[in-house]
Ligand binder design. Structure first.
Ligand code: ADP
Length: 755
């Protein structure tokens, strides 16, 4: 329905009001006129009756019909409105009557009945019919005149009212509305002055619009300025990314020389000083490389170019791996890394395991780095929600702590609590910034609490969907663990708790002892034999080796399986293992998978122990020397690669640019091509495309082409893949990575050669 304008609305409502008022007034006037007419007629009837009865009293008394009828006829002829007249005697009989011609047709009349009374005595009744047609017509004309007057009055009033509304309300309103719309739309609007006679309310509104318009235009200006600023910062960001990519290239290329040469130098015979210098160069080079990687990583996240790759993964194993890796760093100190994974929590989740590992490595790495004595405790718990778990990974340490006034800043890039304090620890101040940004990307967050110098606790909150179980790969364990009795010996209560929880989850029964002496007491006292003993190695008073020896001296524990947990170097294990067999040694922190495997292993009586099968090693295969083509313009890099491969039996061919690479490819048909990306004349991408074209034309087999990239940005990797390459090696190249890459790309061929 089309919406009515204000004028139509007013007109319609005024018409309705006019109709109602007109109707009421008309009805009232009509009633008044009818009453007046009736009164007139009554007076006339009374007059007629008294006239006739005065003049004709005698004929009435004697009931002289002819005389009376002629008198009636005369009365009829003298008064046009008199329709008929009947005179009746006392007993109701008609004495005389007369009727005007055509009176029967006249529908509009009134009948009056009047007693004939002379000197107080009644002589009969007179009935008179008066025509009301004329009176009615008169009334109608009067009423319609009134109606016209009312209509004209209302019309005039409405017109005046509408004009007032138009000039006093609608025009100023429209004016204000137009300016307001123009202000909102950000268009300049020529100011039409509001009429001088407009009311002060509208003038006030008009002034408010002025204010609004000014603030809108200020806002627009600010937005424009912001937009320009954003464009500038986008440009600057792009420039920064380009700069970083270039710097990365520029730094990585000479770094390749430094690290590669040092690695080679370390393989030669060096005296003690020379070895120390070389190792310092090597570790400084690696540290510098880590910094460059951090900076690139951070700028990539900041530029919003990080894309998550979710897939099912084993959370428990991932955290276990991180903890195992990092606890290796604490071997020399007395710091212990302890992991507790809530046994109620599922282990397989869906998420970007690489990014999560990166975050965990940073947080647990920091805890390890900043803790000089005590422990680092990683506690993994979770709350079930529909379809997912709200995980909490707490990393608590007893390290140097974070002062309260700096705690908010440590998540900012390049922020370190105190650079002089931090000088004794390596780091860029980027790890936490990267971690917190990655967590936000994954829908989680990280918080930290610190109790002054008594350590800090980082809490990672992360919602993760559970995933269907990843099928266990090789460990198909058949030994039932249910109901087995285990003695757990560890001086640290936390460790005992975690172990007993883990064992309980496999339905094993554990008895806990906090020292070797207590353990021995339990063993001697308890009648029911234990099926297994799990013991710590580093304990005060009686250490693990001594305890193992004492256990074996007990008659009933001569061949009870022992599992010794140690955080010292594995070298120790060999002697313990053979001396106190059956004995398994595990490095702390123990992952539940390896603990279970060790338990099963120690319980299993397996005479046919699996022999270690030696895998075919292509690098040592003298029968089929692999042909490697290296396209690299930098002579130092060529030299390094040559040196790295010097002891292998592969045949190396070098090309200085893309053209040469293509030519040599056709000549020697290599097994693997290493291709530098930026080379003069024809770069690595073009050369790769040309090689792929050649392969198709000549129906050659696909040859793996691996890029040597100095720019570690993902775009570069994508560009390489798009050009037809199969993989990449980031500079600086290490011997290990180079050989592993060759092995990776030639493995199927190696098997074919050997079979
Ligand atoms: P860095 O590379 O310096 O470790 P991070 O971003 O990882 O950079 O950490 C920033 C700073 O926060 C650190 O330099 C350190 O001062 C402080 N910090 C982080 N973790 C801890 C911790 N577990 N204990 C004490 N201080 C910490």
């Amino acid at each position: 329905m089309k919406k009515m304008g204000i004028y139509t609305q007013i007109a319609v409502s005024m018409t309705c009001a006019a109709a109602i008022v007109g109707f009421l007034i008309e009805g009232y006037e009509r009633r008044a006129e009818i009453n007046r007419m009736n009164d007139d007629l009554l007076a006339q009837a009374d007059l007629t009756v008294s006239l006739i009865s005065g003049l004709m009293i005698e004929p009435i008394i004697v009931q002289d019909t002819p005389v009376l009828e002629s008198a009636i006829s005369e009365a009829l002829s003298s008064n046009g409105k008199l329709l008929s007249l009947i005179i009746k005697n006392d007993s109701g009989g008609v004495i005389a009557q007369a009727e005007r011609d055509g009176a029967a047709d006249d529908a509009a009349f009134r009948r009056f009945k009047r007693d004939i009374i002379v000197e107080g005595e009644a002589f009969g009744v007179m009935e008179i019919d008066w025509s009301t047609a004329e009176g009615q017509a008169l009334i109608n004309s009067k009423v319609s005149r009134t109606r016209y007057i009312i209509l004209i009055a209302i019309f005039t009033l409405s017109a005046v009212f509408l004009l007032q509304i138009h000039f006093l309300i609608m025009r100023p309103l429209r004016n204000i509305h137009e300016r307001m719309s123009a202000a909102i739309a950000g268009q300049a609007h020529a100011r039409r002055p509001i009429a001088s006679f407009a009311s002060h309310e509208f003038k006030a509104l008009d002034r408010s619009v002025d204010v609004l318009q000014r603030s809108f235009s200020e806002r627009d200006e600010r937005e424009r300025a912001l937009e320009i600023e954003r464009e500038n910062s986008d440009r600057a960001n792009k420039a920064k990314s380009d700069f970083l990519a270039n710097m990365s290239h520029e730094i990585r290329t000479p770094m390749n020389g430094v690290i590669g040469m040092t690695e080679l130098m370390l393989e030669t015979e060096l005296d003690e000083d020379q070895r120390m210098y070389a190792e310092t160069i090597s570790s400084s080079g690696s540290a510098l490389l880590a910094i460059i990687n951090d900076i690139l990583n951070f700028s990539k996240i900041e530029a919003g170019k990080t894309v998550l790759e979710p897939a099912p993964f084993d959370l428990q194993a991932t955290i276990g791996d991180v903890v195992t890796l990092l606890s290796a760093k604490t071997r020399e100190s007395s710091v212990e890394v302890v992991l507790r994974y809530d046994p109620e929590l599922p282990t397989v989740f869906e998420g970007d395991v690489g990014r999560l590992r990166q975050v965990l490595t940073n947080i647990v790495g920091n805890a390890v780095k900043f803790t000089l004595e005590g422990y680092v405790y990683v506690d993994v718990t979770g709350v079930k929600s529909p379809g997912h778990y709200d995980l909490e990974i707490k990393v608590a340490d007893t390290g140097i702590g974070i002062p309260n006034d700096r705690i908010d800043q440590i998540f900012n890039a390049f922020e370190q609590v105190d650079s002089s304090r931090n000088r004794q620890f390596e780091g860029t101040g980027l790890g936490l910034a990267i971690s917190s940004k990655l967590l936000v990307l994954m829908g989680g967050r990280i918080t930290v609490k610190s109790e002054g110098e008594r350590g800090s606790t980082f809490a990672i909150e992360l919602p993760l969907h559970t995933a269907p179980e990843i099928p266990p790969s090789t460990n198909n364990i058949t030994v039932p663990l249910r109901g087995l009795r285990v003695l757990v010996v560890d001086d640290l209560e936390l460790n005992r708790k975690i172990l007993s929880e883990r064992l309980a989850s496999w339905d094993m029964v554990s008895v806990l002892a906090s020292s070797g002496a207590e353990a021995l007491k339990i063993l001697e006292r308890t009648e029911e034999k234990f099926d297994l003993i799990i013991q710590d190695y580093q304990m005060p008073q009686m250490n693990g080796e001594e305890l193992a020896c004492r256990i074996r001296s007990l008659a009933s524990y001569k061949d009870t399986p022992l599992i010794v947990l140690s955080s010292i170097d594995q070298a120790m294990s060999i002697s313990i293992k053979s001396k106190y067999s059956p004995c398994e040694l595990l490095l702390k922190p123990v992952q539940s998978k390896s603990l279970r495997a060790a338990i099963v292993q120690s319980l299993q009586v397996n005479p046919n122990k699996p022999r270690h099968v030696k895998l075919p090693n292509v690098l040592n295969n003298p029968t089929a020397p692999l042909k490697i083509l290296v396209a690299e313009d930098n002579k130092t890099n060529q030299f390094i690669v040559k040196k790295m491969m010097a002891n292998s039996s592969m045949s190396l061919t070098f090309a200085d640019n893309g053209h040469e690479a293509l030519k040599k490819f056709a000549e020697i048909r290599p097994d693997v091509v290493f291709m530098d990306v930026s080379m003069p004349e024809m770069d690595g991408l073009e050369a790769t495309q040309a090689i792929r074209k050649l392969e198709t034309e000549m129906t050659y087999q696909h040859c793996p082409i691996v890029a040597f990239t100095a720019n570690a940005l993902q775009e570069d990797e994508e560009r390489c893949l798009d050009a037809g390459m199969d993989g990449f090696l980031s500079k600086p190249i290490t011997k290990k990575a180079l050989l592993a890459t060759i092995q990776h790309w030639t493995a199927p061929q190696a098997r074919a050669i050997n079979s």
